[in-house]
Design a protein around this ligand. Structure first.
Ligand code: M6R
Length: 614
C-alpha cells in the first residue's frame, strides 16, 4: 500500500512525479505529497486527499528541478492528514524520505531519538526512520548511503524507500524489504517507482530490487546494488518491460473497472494462448510440465490467497478435486501463516495473487517453503515478489489491473487453475478422453461466451437502478457457483458500501433465511448445469418469504424466469466452467450500483489495490 515515485535526470521532475503518482494511486489514495530540488533548496508540498488535490496546491512550487520524489498514501500509522503525509523531513531539514511499508519497532526507536533531542511532528513510523538515518549519519559521520544501510539494519518491518539529502543532491538512495521497488534505467536518467507504470513511456528497461537490497541512484556513478545486511555487491539485472502505455490508460471507459470487465474476452484468450491446444488435445504449461511429478505425487494441494484470489482458489478446489482427484484445501493466507499449519514435504502449495505483493500471501509462501513444501505461484504481475518467491508458477497474463475491485484477475486466475486441473487429470487419467477433449473445446469457447455475457450490461444497469438503495443484499450459489456468490458479494460491498453476504444456497435455511423479507434483494446464481433443481427449490423458499430475486440463468431458461423478479441470461457451458460466465453480470451489477450511488468505483474508501501490510 502506498505508491512511491522518484526521478533524477535531465527532465523537469514535477510532471513526471505527478503523472507517476496518478498511475500509482491505486496503491493508496488518502493523502499525497512530493518534494523537488531546484538546485538550491527543497520544495515540499503535501496534503490529505488525492493526487489531484496535491496537484492543485503544488503548482506554484513546480520548478525546473530535475530531481524529485512523490508519494501517495494508504495510512498505517497516523490518520490521513497533511502532517502525516509523505515526504517526511529529518530534524535538520536536510533529509527527505518517502516510504511504502511499516516500521514495526518504530516506538522504541522513537523513544531513543526523543532522548537524544529529536522532535517529531507526525504520528508516522516513517518520520522515525528518516531521523534515525540522520542520527546515524551525524553520529558515525557516514555518507548517506552508508547511513541508510546502518539504520535499516536496526529496523524491523517492511519498506520500499527513497531518501534524498539536500547536502549531497546528486543521488537518491533506494532500498527495499517486503515492498516493491523498480528502477527505470533511461539515457542519463533514472526513475524510481513502486511499479513500472510511472516510467513506461520513458524507458522499457527496469531493475526490480530484491528484498534486502539497496542502491545509490546517481547520475555521476554507475548504479550499484548492495545487500543491506552485509554490503555485498549484487549484479544489476536489467529486465525488458512488456507493459505498454495503452494498457494503463482508461481507453475511453469511464472507469478502469469497466474497462477491465470488458477486457475479459481478450485477456482470457491471452491466458490460454500457447497453452491450450484444443485441436491437438493438449495443455502445455511450462511451470507444470517441469514439475509434473511433484503435482502427481502430491498428497494434497493447499491453496493460499486473499480476497478475490481466495475465491478463485475455492473455484479451483472444486475443479481440481473433480478433474484430477487430488485433495485440495483452500486457506486464507492471513490465517494459514499464523496457525502453525501441518505441511508435509509431499504437499504442493499454490499461492494465488493478482499483484504478487500481498503481504499475507507472501508470508504464507515463506512458511510453506520453510516446512519443505513445493510452492507454485499463480500471479498476474510479472516479476512481482510472489512470482520470485515461489519455486515455479504460471502467469495469468491479464495485463495491468488498476481498478481496486478485481475483475479480470479473477477470471484469468480461474482459467489458469482450470488448465492446471485439466493437465493433471490428463496425466492421472482421472478424466475420460472424451471429457478431457470436451473441456478443452469448451474452455476455448469461453472468451466468445464472456463477450456474450457482457451484453447483459443494460440489464444489469436496469436492475441496479431498482436496488441501488438497498441496505443489504444476499448472494446464493451452489457447487462451482458458491465461490461466485462470495465474489459477487465482495464486489458489491467493496465498491458500493452495501452490506452483502455470499452463501451456499442450501445453507440459507440454517440462518440467513431469517433476513428475508420484501426488502431483501437476493442474487441467485442458477445456471442450467449443476444443482439446478436444488437451486430452484431455494428460490422458491425465498419467494414464499417475499424476497426479491435476481437470478443469473442459462439462456432460454423458463423455470426460474417464472419465479424470479429479474433474470439475467448467460450462455450455456459446463458446470465446471460456469463461474467464468456467471461472474460477469455480477461484476456489472456491482459496477452500476456503485456508479448510481456516486461511489468512487476505482478507488473505494479505505482500500488499496495491493495490500503489502498485514
Ligand atoms: O493482489 P492479490 O490478488 O493478492 O490481492 C488479494 C486481495 O487483496 C484482493 O483480491 C482484494 O480482495 C480485491 N480488492 C477484491 O476485489
Amino acid at each position: 500500500m502506498c505508491g512511491i515515485v522518484g526521478y533524477i535526470g535531465h527532465r523537469e521532475a514535477y510532471p513526471i512525479i505527478i503523472k507517476g503518482l496518478k498511475r500509482l494511486e491505486y496503491r493508496g489514495y488518502d493523502s499525497a505529497g512530493l518534494i523537488l530540488y531546484d538546485g538550491i533548496d527543497l520544495k515540499l508540498s503535501k496534503t490529505k486527499g488525492k493526487v489531484s488535490d496535491l496537484e492543485e496546491i503544488s503548482k506554484e512550487i513546480s520548478t525546473n528541478g530535475t530531481i524529485g520524489m512523490g508519494h501517495t498514501r494508504w495510512a498505517t500509522h497516523g490518520v490521513p492528514n497533511d502532517v502525516n503525509s509523505h515526504p517526511h523531513m529529518s530534524n535538520s531539514g536536510n533529509l527527505a524520505i518517502i516510504h511504502n511499508g511499516i516500521i514495526e519497532n518504530y516506538e522504541p526507536l522513537k523513544k531513543e531519538l526523543i532522548k537524544r533531542g529529536y522532535v517529531f511532528h507526525s504520528d508516522t513510523d516513517t518520520e522515525v526512520l528518516v531521523n534515525l538515518i540522520e542520527e546515524v549519519q551525524k553520529k558515525e559521520k557516514l555518507k548517506l548511503g552508508k547511513a541508510v544501510q546502518v539504520a535499516l539494519n536496526q529496523v524491523v518491518g517492511a519498506y520500499a524507500i527513497c531518501v534524498f539529502d539536500k547536502q549531497n543532491p546528486d543521488e537518491i538512495i533506494v532500498a527495499r524489504l517486503g515492498s516493491p521497488l523498480a528502477i527505470g534505467v533511461g539515457e542519463n536518467e533514472f526513475f524510481i517507482a513502486s511499479d513500472a507504470s510511472p516510467f513506461i513511456e520513458y524507458t522499457s528497461n527496469a531493475i526490480y530490487l530484491e528484498d534486502e537490497e539497496m542502491a545509490i541512484v546517481s547520475l555521476d556513478k554507475p548504479l550499484k546494488i548492495r545487500k543491506i545486511k552485509d554490503d555485498t555487491l549484487v549484479d544489476p539485472y536489467i529486465q525488458e518491460l512488456q507493459m505498454n502505455l495503452e494498457q494503463i490508460e482508461k481507453g475511453g471507459y469511464d472507469h478502469f473497472m469497466l474497462k477491465e470487465i470488458y477486457e475479459q474476452p481478450n485477456v482470457i484468450k491471452d491466458t490460454y494462448r500457447g497453452r491450450l491446444h484444443a485441436n491437438q488435445g493438449l495443455i502445455q504449461m511450462a511451470g507444470i510440465e517441469d514439475n509434473l511429478e511433484k503435482f502427481l505425487n502430491a498428497d494434497r494441494i493447499i491453496i493460499v490467497a486473499c480476497g478475490t484470489s481466495w475465491h478463485a482458489g475455492l473455484v479451483a478446489e472444486y475443479i481440481i478435486e473433480e478433474f484430477a482427484r487430488i485433495s485440495v484445501e483452500v486457506e486464507y493466507a492471513s490465517e494459514f501463516r499464523y496457525r502453525n499449519p501441518i505441511i508435509n514435504k509431499n504437499d504442493v502449495v499454490i499461492a494465488i495473487s493478482q499483484s504478487g505483493e500481498t503481504a499475507d500471501t507472501l508470508a504464507a509462501i515463506k512458511l510453506a517453503k520453510e516446512k519443505g513444501a513445493f510452492v507454485f505461484g499463480v500471479c498476474n504481475v510479472v516479476g512481482s515478489s510472489i512470482s520470485r518467491e515461489t519455486h515455479a508458477g504460471a502467469y495469468t497474463h491479464a495485463g495491468p489491473e488498476i481498478g481496486v475491485a478485481s475483475t479480470k484477475a479473477f477470471t484469468t486466475q480461474i482459467t489458469v487453475l482450470t488448465m492446471i486441473a485439466l493437465r493433471l487429470a490428463k496425466a492421472k487419467g482421472t478424466l475420460s478422453n472424451s471429457d478431457f477433449h470436451r473441456y478443452l473445446q469448451e474452455l476455448e469457447l469461453i472468451p466468445e461466451k464472456v463477450a456474450e455475457a457482457l451484453t447483459t450490461n443494460d440489464k444489469a444497469k436496469e436492475i441496479a437502478t431498482k436496488f441501488k438503495d438497498a441496505p443489504n443484499c444476499l448472494y446464493l450459489g451452489r457447487g462451482y457457483n458458491f465461490p461466485v456468490a462470495l465474489e459477487g458479494a465482495l464486489k458489491l460491498k467493496e465498491i458500493s458500501y452495501i452490506h452483502a453476504e455470499g452463501y451456499p444456497a442450501a445453507e440459507m435455511k440454517h440462518g440467513p433465511i431469517a433476513l428475508i423479507d420484501e426488502h431483501m434483494p437476493v442474487v441467485v446464481i442458477a445456471p442450467k448445469q449443476g444443482h439446478y433443481d436444488k437451486v430452484v427449490s431455494n428460490i422458491q423458499e425465498i419467494k414464499s418469504r417475499s424476497g426479491k430475486i435476481i437470478a443469473v440463468v442459462t439462456k432460454g431458461d423458463t423455470q426460474v424466469r417464472e419465479l424470479a423478479d429479474y433474470v439475467i441470461e448467460i450462455p450455456d457451458t459446463s458446470d465446471a466452467l460456469s463461474p467464468l460466465l456467471t461472474t460477469i453480470p455480477l461484476q456489472l451489477l456491482s459496477y452500476h450500483i456503485a456508479v448510481l450511488r456516486g461511489c468512487n468505483v476505482d478507488q473505494p474508501r479505505n482500500l488499496a489495490k495491493s495490500v503489502t501490510v498485514e
